[in-house]
Write a protein that binds this ligand. Structure first.
Ligand SMILES: Nc1ncnc2c1ncn2[C@@H]1O[C@H](COP(=O)(O)OP(=O)(O)OP(=O)(O)O)[C@@H](O)[C@H]1O
Length: 789
């Protein structure tokens, strides 16, 4: 029997908890010393969570989310929205109110749920930016970010500014307790920028809770109030089964990637371990058995004061660490001589602020701290992105071990857990960028698929176990037969005899590889069961909406009949028709929003919008024009190069630099040509020289011959006594020979002179040309380097 949900009892009796004195306490949210007009704060007393930092008023004077008394409360009074139509109110005092729809059955086919919580504007935001909001809510599932470009998001739930702690608990916390009692691991995260309300959501105000429970107490105290109430009721109603629950709690923080036991702060640098039986666990982390809400409160109080808090620009005492409060819930009962054990782990996680360091004004130590906090958070974002890919059928390695946070919570992300992600946002225009980031994070997280299973085990006497084994064996052989039948039915053309052979063969195969087949059958049947359960739920959902549509149509027919029969006045008919159509629209909208394809398209839309925004910025900053100029310049240069010679010839007086370069390059070419000609001429000269030398040699030989002849003649002109025979003869001959010799020598000298002059001339020309060429090369080089710059 369940306790009355509207009035679930709060147990405050003492349990098996060691005596722990909370060091100090401080309040969460509104304190009586704050007023709407005065945003200065009183010095906060130390407390289990954060003090007001931005001018919230207390529950006593009508602060946000408080008792809603006084003038200020009136400012925040929600405007009820009927029939799904909402006015676009984004810069006014009043905002539309949407009731959260409680749907415990939702958890049956969704293991991950995402809820957006919009906190009210705070005093600082109002004084600096008035009531200008960056968010516009349209329904209890959809919200639009109205920044540069509007982006509509749909989530499982959107809790508007006027949703209070109680309402939120009913929506998100209560079904979570039920899940735990059914044996499902459960996890609740609070994500968001600093000051967005994570601690308010998870812990809230827990001062004097034992004396007078505050309406501002958050999810954690409420979850345990309800859990213990349910446990008591269950134990009483199933006393015949001797049902007994036991709960053990631990509280840790991850700060700068180090794990500290918040219930024993001297226990730091704790290690994460993993084994098959326990999964991931923290070694040497203290655990306390709890039986009452009072026990829980003591642990929360003690742990929370130990949380590291540090001042940032945005929140005076902002939590700089991730805190994880865990409760292991175990139940035992006996039935049919069997002892059954059910187990569930509940993780309640308050993450550190997700904002970028720049906006939080972190410096020095704080900056280092922020880097580590961001390491855990960026890994969380990365893990979620990969899990979305995995959910879309892309097998990938999930880097859980990249941060302590993801390693510790790996079951809650894509594993065996039912997980609720609460993304906290501020609606103020000054937080638009961070709010958009949080919404995008939440949108991605919505696509994660977990695989939650009931953690249950049964042990009993031998007879009961044997009975169970027999039942399981029967089930298994039935499955085998079904499998064989299925494989046969695929080949429907195969004849009976072949079928028989096939069956025999298949059965033989089962015998020979029994273990393998059993394993794969078990896996296969699990898969089939999961798939069929999903399909059944889908069908149920479809049937439900079809039934609704039929009901709408029947009502309409009925109304029309009444109108025709005259029993319904036309005005009333139109009003009713209008109301019915609004309801129908709302139902259809909810159906559309629940479609996973919508989420996928929304993500794609966000991506494209981002891209568009980048292009627009690019366009607006004039970069496009500069680039276009550059492109056309380059294109011209290319054309000049391709058509260089003709341009040089056609426009010899063009002053542009490219033309000059072209001119130099043309000069270069003609010099090369000249050099080639000179080399050819030189070669010719060399050839001439050789022939001259040959001629010279020939003449020398002739001179020698003549000399020889002369000597001979001389000898013949003397008589035996050596006297000259005739002086006159001799002189004549001698003169003739000498003149002949002169002529020959003259020819030789002339030839040599001609040759030398020609060679010298050519050598000089070559040197001149070489010099000219070198100078031009230097000029060309300089010109090119100037162009290159
Ligand atoms: N829904 C709400 N209704 C009323 N007050 C709220 C709400 N959400 C947050 N606040 C107030 O806003 C202030 C900041 O909230 P809180 O400390 O929970 O932020 P936080 O996200 O935990 O910040 P941090 O990351 O720095 O720890 C607190 O004074 C809190 O009481």
């Amino acid at each position: 029997m369940r306790p009355d949900m509207n009035n679930y009892p709060v147990q405050l009796s003492r349990g098996g908890l060691p005596n722990m004195t909370p060091r100090s306490t401080r309040t969460v949210g509104p304190t009586s010393s704050h007023s709407e007009t005065n945003s200065t704060q009183s010095t906060p007393t130390k407390s289990v969570s954060k003090p007001t930092s931005s001018g919230y008023r207390s529950k006593f004077d009508g602060g946000i989310g408080g008792g809603r008394a006084g003038n200020f409360a009136a400012l925040y009074r929600g405007v009820p929205v009927t029939g799904g139509s909402s006015t676009t109110v984004v810069n006014t005092v009043e905002v539309p109110h949407f009731d959260l729809k409680e749907d415990p059955s939702f958890w049956m086919d969704h293991n991950v749920q995402v809820l957006i919580r919009v906190r009210p504007l705070n005093g600082m935001e109002k004084s600096m930016h008035g009531y200008n909001r960056c968010l516009k809510q349209e329904s209890a599932q959809s919200i639009t970010w109205i920044g540069q470009s509007e982006t509509r998001f749909t989530f499982d739930h959107v809790a508007c500014e006027t949703v209070d702690q109680e309402m939120l608990f009913r929506m998100a916390g209560l079904p979570m307790v039920e899940n735990c009692l059914s044996g499902y691991n459960s996890c609740m995260f609070a994500y968001g920028q600093t000051g967005s309300g994570k601690t308010y959501t998870m812990l809230g105000e827990i001062d004097d809770l034992e004396v007078k429970p505050s309406p501002h107490r958050g999810m954690t105290p409420r979850i345990f109030e309800f859990l213990f109430a349910r446990i008591q009721a269950e134990e009483e109603s199933r006393s015949d089964e001797r049902l007994k629950y036991s709960c053990k709690c631990s509280f840790l923080e991850i700060y700068n990637e180090q794990i500290t036991d918040l219930l024993d702060p001297s226990s730091t640098y704790l290690h994460l371990r993993e084994d098959v039986k326990q999964g991931v666990y923290v070694e040497n982390l203290s655990e306390f058995e709890v039986r009452t809400v009072s026990d829980i409160l003591k642990l929360l109080t003690q742990g929370s004061v130990n949380r590291k808090v540090a001042a940032t620009n945005m929140n005076k005492e902002s939590s700089r660490s991730h805190s994880v409060f865990t409760c292991a819930i175990e139940s035992r009962w006996e039935k049919d001589s069997t002892t059954n054990v059910r187990f569930a782990r509940l993780n309640l996680v308050d993450l550190a602020g997700s904002e970028r360091q720049k906006s939080s004004g972190a410096e020095g130590e704080r900056l280092k701290e922020a880097a580590n906090i961001n390491k855990s958070l960026s890994t969380l974002g990365h893990v979620i992105m990969i899990l979305v890919d995995v959910a879309n059928g892309k097998p990938k390695h999930v880097p859980y071990r990249d941060s302590r946070l993801t390693f510790l919570l790996q079951d809650s992300l894509g594993g065996n857990s039912k997980t609720m992600i609460i993304a906290n946002v501020s609606p103020s225009i000054c937080c638009a960028a961070e709010t958009l980031n949080t919404l995008k994070f939440a949108q991605r997280a919505k696509l994660i698929q977990n695989n939650a299973v009931v953690n249950e085990d049964s042990t009993g006497d031998i007879i009961a176990l044997q009975h169970q084994i027999r039942l399981l064996k029967e089930e298994l052989s039935l499955l085998k037969r079904q499998n064989v039948f299925r494989s046969l039915s695929f080949g429907s053309t195969v004849k009976d005899t072949t079928q028989a052979q096939h069956t025999a063969c298949s059965e033989k195969m089962y015998e020979t590889d029994q273990q393998h087949v059993d394993g794969s059958l078990a896996l296969e049947s699990k898969g089939i069961i999961r798939m069929s359960t999903k399909q059944v739920r889908q069908r149920e959902e479809e049937t439900r909406s079809t039934k609704m549509m039929v009901r709408f149509r029947e009502d309409k027919i009925h109304r029309m009949e009444s109108l025709l029969g005259g029993s319904l006045p036309q005005d009333t008919y139109l009003l009713e028709e209008n109301k019915a159509l609004c309801e129908e629209i709302q139902m259809l909208q909810a159906k559309v929003d629940k479609n996973p394809e919508v989420t996928r398209f929304a993500l794609e839309n966000i991506r494209l919008l981002d891209q568009l925004r980048r292009f627009q910025e690019f366009y607006e900053e004039g970069e496009r024009d500069i680039l276009l100029d550059e492109v056309s310049n380059l294109r011209e240069q290319l054309l000049h190069h391709l058509d260089g010679k003709s341009i040089w010839h056609n426009h010899p007086n063009v002053n542009g630099q490219p033309q000059e370069a072209m001119c130099i390059s043309n000069q270069d070419n003609s010099l090369h040509l000249e050099l080639k000609n000179t080399v050819n001429e030189l070669e010719e000269c060399r050839r001439n020289l050789n022939s001259c030398l040959e001629e010279n040699q020939k003449l020398s030989r002739e001179i020698n011959d003549l000399q020889f002849m002369l000597d001979n003649i001389k000898s013949t002109t003397r008589d035996n006594d050596g006297n000259i025979k005739s002086i006159k003869d001799f002189q004549d001959t001698s003169e003739a020979l000498a003149s002949e010799l002169d002529i020959l020598e003259g020819v030789e000298n002339g030839m040599e002179c001609i040759y030398t002059t020609s060679v010298m001339k050519h050598a000089e020309e070559i040197l001149d040309l070489q010099l000219e060429l070198d100078i031009l090369k230097i000029i060309l080089k300089e010109e090119r380097s100037i162009h290159g710059k």
